[in-house]
Design a protein around this ligand. Sequence first.
Ligand SMILES: [Zn+2]
Length: 281
Amino acid sequence: MGRFLKILISADMEGATGVTWPADVLPGTPQWERCRALFTSDVNAAVLGFYDGGADEVLINEAHWSMRNLLLERLDSRAQMLTGRHKSLSMVEGVQHGDVDAIAFVGYHTAAGTEGVLAHTYLANSITGVWLNGKRASEGLLNAHVVAEYGVPVVLVTGDDLTCVDADGYAPAARKVAVKDHVSRYAAVCRTPERTAADIRSAAKEAAALAHRHEPVDGGPFTVDLEFDAAHLADASTVVPGVAPSGERRVSYTSPTMYEAIRTFKAVTTIASSAVEEQYG
Ligand SMILES: [Zn+2]
């Protein structure tokens, strides 16, 4: 019965159950070893919920740090996982092949310069703000614009409570699950993995009903403004063609499509992070 339904899950870690502190998400630390199991539990709950809701295929794209955090051996055997880094579309890799009906943002977080647990936009320290066409941009907002160009709706977002509020702005129809309530950048009231898995699974089941590819959205041009915490990072990033200084510690560029905008963004962040010195920033 019905059409074939494929769901892509973009899985980030700062918004996972129980995560509130840098060591929780920093590969190699004992806390990360513990939290990756919690992260895997959130993602697997989404997998189960999407299959409950009628999905035929679920692909998980790892989107945190080195992009090797999830425990493959604990995932439902029907799912597949794209792990590792250097992917053309980074956090939403896999959306570009014309076969994805919907995307879920699991473990997402709020934007650099705003409130929220471990809030940042791509670079945890160096970027203090990103704006897309003048609007403060979280990773969720940027990636929602990328996937819209492929006609793919965002149907589920999980993270802290403020991440859900942020998602109301870029994906109003999506189901949202707050796995924790923000108290400060490094503190949250956390619900147990058993509880959040149940919440995510039932939300994903409902979200599967929202999975309908639409006409690709051509919303360009897109102007991206980035603000860094130091002038030399802004200066370094202007070696990327089209990227120009636009104020103190700020650069700006304009791209005709989000596909190009997000790829330029990746080039800027790569150059900027290579210009960060360990002791003096
Ligand atoms: Zn992130």
